[in-house]
Design a protein around this ligand. Structure first.
Ligand SMILES: *Cc1c(COP(=O)(O)O)cnc(C)c1O
Length: 439
């Protein structure tokens, strides 16, 4: 009893978090190891091995002067940002740990978590662009990203120039020259080079190294940042910051979340590019909630295992589909037929992924019959979950894209998009086999 009253009378000194362990004997620890504890010290949360969910809208200041210092950081009156937690529209413990761990995967200095992939993309573009500026982007983009640039940013005087995913260095130079002239005419600058690679649903790859060299040559090394949507191959199979990109963008809803049970997004890169985006996120909101951040931390513990298994399954399924008489062809990164695309793949990718397109012999009717006959694979949009999904882009995700543009992008009526999960590969093959028999 005396001990109890003692501990009440004597306030325990505020504990400091233990320094993070990122290497042992000169060996830099791998992301798979760091995901189990990086950025979290159980001693700060009653010894809880896992971070609790901090379900709070605001944080108590130690004293009034500390509150003032925090706000000086938040409002930019003092460089360096907030030194502690202030209010949950700005940040929270779960989101901070998540952001630290997301940064680890891409080798990024800083990262931000958002309530969806599209929130991440929209807030980033708004933060980096002013009226008169030009965005240069690869095509095709995720439909909502393309729509945000064309339909919404144009309302604020931001224009764009786009180029096909496979563009060569010469073509990229010409596109950037055009964008530069367009910006000068509008009294602005080229504010952002925005890429998506591989493109959805065709898996067309962008040469990030060529884009980076072209940016440096045409716009100078202090030119605009290169951001890339790495949702299809990241964080395992493509590491864009190592190939000249400045910011990596994710829909965490897909492979990173990986269980088709949450919606979230992120960006990661150098502080220089992340800071203005954080300032706008502080103003607008759009940070992911603590529960979603907690679920994402759980997902990150298994992301490597899940993606490896899904990738192995996809390779086996594609080997089966590639030889099938009712299949016309495959859009799978493990079986590229174009030499230029293969060269980009060899330089940029560490794996072929598990999302690909199958061209069924016939048209919409045959493709629908195949989809309706599947017994294991679920008929749904989205990708990167533990379960196998199948969809028909021309009739679903890309229905709003005009027919000619669809044809240009190779989105035909016999294209079925598949995202392979972590089921048993032979079970999946049996399912595709019986569904093709029904075509
Ligand atoms: C799903 C997706 C998005 C949008 O992400 P949300 O989390 O749905 O907002 C952006 N880019 C790509 C490549 C996607 O697949």
């Amino acid at each position: 009893m005396a001990e109890t009253s003692d501990s009440i009378d004597t306030p325990t000194p505020r504990r400091k978090p233990k320094p993070a362990i990122e290497e042992i004997a000169g060996r830099k620890l791998k992301p798979a190891t760091l995901m189990m504890g990086h950025g979290f010290d159980p001693a700060l949360s009653e010894g809880s091995l896992k971070p609790p969910i901090f379900q709070t809208s605001t944080f108590a200041f130690e004293n009034a002067a500390a509150g003032k210092r925090h706000f000086e950081g938040i409002t930019g009156k003092r460089p360096g940002g907030a030194e502690g937690l202030v209010y949950s529209r700005f940040n929270g413990p779960n989101q901070e740990i998540l952001e630290d761990r997301l940064g680890v995967w891409d080798g990024a200095e800083d990262a931000l978590a958002f309530s969806s992939g599209m929130t991440a993309i929209c807030v980033m573009m708004l933060a980096l662009c002013s009226a008169g500026d030009v965005i240069v982007h690869s095509g095709p983009l995720y439909a909502a990203s393309e729509g945000f640039v064309a339909k919404w940013l144009s309302k604020y005087g931001v224009t764009y120039v786009d180029f096909p995913a496979g563009a060569t260095r010469e073509e990229l130079d010409a596109v950037l020259e055009q964008a530069k002239a367009q910006a000068e005419q509008q009294g602005g600058k080229v504010a952002l080079v925005y890429l998506e690679s591989p493109g959805n649903p065709t898996n067309a790859l962008v040469d990030i190294e060529a884009v980076s060299a072209s940016r440096d040559a045409v716009l100078g090394e202090d030119g605009p940042p290169i951001a890339i949507d790495n949702t299809f191959l990241g964080p395992l199979w493509q590491r864009p910051l190592e190939h000249g990109a400045d910011v990596v963008v994710y829909s965490l809803t897909k492979y990173v979340g990986g269980h088709s049970d949450l919606v979230a997004g992120s960006i990661a890169g150098a502080k220089k590019w992340i800071d203005p985006v954080r300032a706008l996120r502080n103003t607008m909101g759009g940070i992911c909630d603590p529960n979603t951040a907690w679920m994402l931390m759980r997902s990150l513990e298994t992301v490597e295992l899940r993606m490896q298994r899904a990738g192995e399954n996809a390779a086996k399924v594609c080997e089966f589909l590639g030889d099938h008489p009712k299949v016309e062809g495959l859009g799978y990164l493990g079986m590229i037929s174009d030499a230029r695309q293969q060269d980009i793949y060899n330089r940029h990718c560490l794996g072929a992924g598990s999302t690909f397109s199958v061209f069924i012999k016939g048209g919409e009717e045959e493709s629908f019959r195949f989809l309706d006959s599947l017994k294991i694979a679920k008929l749904a949009v989205s990708l990167g979950g533990t379960e196998t999904l199948a969809s028909h882009p021309a009739a679903m995700t890309h229905l709003s894209v005009p027919r000619e543009r669809r044809a240009q992008l190779g989105i035909t009526d016999n294209l079925v998009r598949i995202s392979i999960g972590i089921e048993d590969a032979d079970d999946l093959i049996a399912d595709f086999d019986q569904a093709l028999a029904a075509v």
